[in-house]
Every structure is written in C-alpha cells, then in structure tokens.
Design a protein around this ligand. Structure first.
Ligand code: CS2
Ligand code: MG
Length: 408
C-alpha cells in the first residue's frame, strides 16, 4: 500500500482550520488537523513544502516509523509548528488504519472504557452577575462541568476570555481584524483580591455538584500561584488551569506545598519532554496536551500512558482551537483512556461547521459520544471549504499597568 498524494486546505467558518488529506493507491484517504491558532499558514507550508514530498510512496500503515522518520529526521526537533504538521500526518494515517481495519479508532487503542466522555463548556461574563447567567445557561443545557471566567472590577481592560459587553459570549481565540494584536492591561493584585470570593459565590449559587474550572492563563508567579491556590480551596474547584507560565516545570512545587487544589497544565506543550517532570513528580493532576500540536495520536498516547502511571488524568485542550478532526481523534482517545479526566468542548455544531466536517459524533447533556464509523469517523467537504479564505487574526497581548509585557 502506498501514499499517492496529499493536499492541505486552509479555511473554515470563523476559523482558519488547516486540514490535511492523504490519498492512497487503495482509494482510502485519511484526514488530519494542523490548526495552530493565529499561525495557521505555517504548519500548512511546512506540510506542503517539506513533509508531503517525502510522504509520497511511503506505506501509510507504518504510522510509527513515519512519525519517527519526520521527528528524528528533522534534526531541529519539537516546536508547535513542526509538531502540528507531524500531528496532522499522524491523525490521517490512523484514520487510514481504522478504515482499513473497518473499525472505529478507539477499538484499535483497546476498546471503550466508557460510553460518553464528560466535557466542559466555557462560561464567561463581563462581570460576575453576567457570568452567573452564562453558567446557568450551560447548566440548563445539561453540562456537569463549566469553566468560569469573569471581568474584574477596576481592571483597565477586559482580560482573558472575558467579553467587553454583558451578554456577549466571547471565546477569545482570535481577533480577526489583522495580525497586529490588541493590548490588554492586567493587574495581578486586583485579580487575586477579587477572584477567590467570586469563585466561592459561584459555588454557593450552583451547589456542591457542579464541576467548576478556572483558567489563570499563565499569569501568576509561583509564589502568587501558591497563595491563589490556597485561597480558592473553599470553592472546591475541579481544576485550576495554567496558574504559572507552563514551561517552568519546577514552578508548581511551591503551589503543591501550600494547596491541594487540582492543577491542569499543558495546552501549549508540544512533546512529552515538556511535561515528563511535571508528571513524574506528580506536580499536576490533569494534562492538557492536544493531538494537534503535540504530534498527533502516536505521541499523545505516550503522554497519556506516562500520565496514567502517576495518577494524572487527561483534560485535552479542545475546540474551537482545533477542528472537528482533532476533536474526533481526542474523542477516540477519551473513549479508551483508562485515565480519562474531562474534555474541553465548545459548541462547534453550527450548520456551517457540520457541513464542512460531517460526522455522527454527538454531544448530549455535555457528554461527547464518539461514533462507530471506521477510522476517525469524520469527513471533510472539499467543495464547502472553497467558500472560505484565510483571514489573518491574532491573540491579544498583555501588559501590566506600568506597560511591562506579560503573559497572554
Ligand atoms: C484556552 C485557549 O481553552 C483554553 O483553555 O487557554 O482558549 C487558548 O487561549 C487558545 O487556545 C489560544 O489560542
Ligand atoms: Mg487554557
């Protein structure tokens, strides 16, 4: 069996999805996702200029060897652009393998450990009452878990994932007005004074069963994170996400010494070497890598297995940062993983998105049910993608009140 060609498509509804399609001499094709938020053209170019010419003629069934060929063969290893490109190839090869076997991917991993995978929604509010309305909306929809982010009184601008206007549910992945970012101003003291009580109010309003998650988006120092984690303990969070900049694998020691709040980290990691110390030293409770820019199913499955040895559960980074192709790949891993925790999920099910990526995967009461179709179980409509073109976007950048650059 041979790979005969491959093509990359960039575009989608309100999102520059990067979709890879690998064709074979047996008429079976596989799909992969290389969407890297706000830098989408780079993995696309890496694929077309360097990787696809090497893929032609290879046997698509040797997905492990192909992964090693690109990873080791590149010499300059890792990095989100390369790993997103390798990840897309890897997903597509697993898709082909599943179609050849006529089995959904979770069967090739070891079968189902559960029927539905719990997901969490993103509730946001310009202020706390606005956030309460947003949480209530998701609770009514049946979600058992909700991430909560709200505006902080006196903060000069809206901050991470917080809308400027009440009632606006801003997911804040991209601002599509160009490549020059907006500037947000951040005041750590105001945040640390306000947020612990706000989280407690949410707990009191929604009762003991709601799983409450909160994302600090890398903005605290290790000492501040330790203090914050201690102060939010009464709210009994399901997790506290990215309390410190994630690349410092020792930063969480201080937090661990002072608090038992569960910690989730890893959405910006692109290899097992970014998180092996965190996992082996049991400094985190959830690992947030995504199949998209952590090298695909082959590499993420290794991370999941390492995590399982250390009581670390999965909490994969989710849509809308990635396309329904990655969501499907993660859906299959979630169905199998003995150490599954939760899946981040934002409603993708718009008619436009479903038309571009048809599938029978379904969401019900905040649970994701993977379909039994062979392979990834998601398709891609090449005619439909012609409706979209690439639109340049950016994340905001963050400065402290005195102008110092800070972490977004
Ligand atoms: C976020 C992301 O989902 C999350 O937890 O931290 O939305 C993140 O901001 C984006 O993926 C950045 O592109
Ligand atoms: Mg996050």
């Amino acid at each position: 069996m041979k790979i005969t060609g491959a093509e990359v498509f960039v575009g989608g509804p309100k999102k520059n999805y990067v979709t890879l399609k690998i064709m074979t001499d047996q008429g079976i094709y596989g799909l992969g996702d290389a969407t890297l938020n706000n830098r989408e053209t780079l993995p696309a170019k890496y694929l077309t200029d360097y990787l696809i010419p090497n893929l032609i003629g290879m046997d698509p069934r040797n997905s492990e060897d192909i992964w090693q060929f690109f990873y080791r063969g590149t010499y300059f290893r890792r990095g989100p652009i390369a790993m997103a490109a390798f990840g897309a190839i890897d997903m597509a090869l697993w898709d082909i393998k599943g179609k050849l076997a006529n089995m959904p991917l979770y069967q090739l991993f070891g079968g189902k450990s559960r029927d539905g995978a719990m997901t969490y929604a993103h509730a946001t509010g310009a202020d706390l009452p606005d956030l309460m309305d947003s949480i209530a909306h998701y609770v009514e929809e049946g979600y058992q878990a909700v991430r909560v982010q709200c505006g902080i009184p006196g903060m000069p601008t809206a901050s991470y994932a917080v809308p400027e206007e009440k009632g606006e549910n801003k997911h804040y992945i991209s601002d599509f007005s160009g490549i020059r970012p907006k500037v947000e101003i951040w005041d750590t003291d105001k945040y640390m004074r306000y947020m612990p009580d706000a989280l407690m109010e949410i707990r009191e309003r929604f009762g003991p069963d709601l799983k409450i998650l909160h994302d600090v988006h890398h903005r605290l120092t290790p000492r501040e994170a330790a203090q914050f984690a201690k102060e939010v303990e009464p709210a009994r969070l399901f997790w506290l996400e990215d309390p410190t900049p994630a690349e410092d694998q020792d930063a969480l020691r201080m937090l661990r010494q002072h608090s038992t709040v569960p910690v989730a980290i890893g959405e910006v990691f692109n290899s097992i070497y970014d998180c092996n110390k965190l996992i082996e030293n049991e400094l985190i409770d959830f690992i947030r890598v995504a199949v998209t820019y952590a090298g695909g199913i082959t590499h993420v499955k290794r991370i999941v297995d390492l995590a399982g040895l250390h009581h670390v559960r999965t909490g994969f980074h989710g849509a809308p940062s990635h396309s329904p192709i990655s969501m499907a790949a993660q859906g299959h891993l979630n169905a199998w993983a003995p150490n599954f925790g939760i899946q981040e999920y934002l409603v993708l099910g718009t008619p436009e998105c479903d038309a571009l990526f048809p599938s029978d995967h379904r969401m019900e009461n905040g649970m994701f049910y993977v379909s039994d179709a062979p392979g990834l179980g998601v398709d891609f409509d090449e005619k439909e993608v012609e409706k979209y073109e690439y639109v340049a976007g950016s994340h905001p950048v963050v400065r402290l009140t005195d102008g110092t650059m800070w972490d977004y």
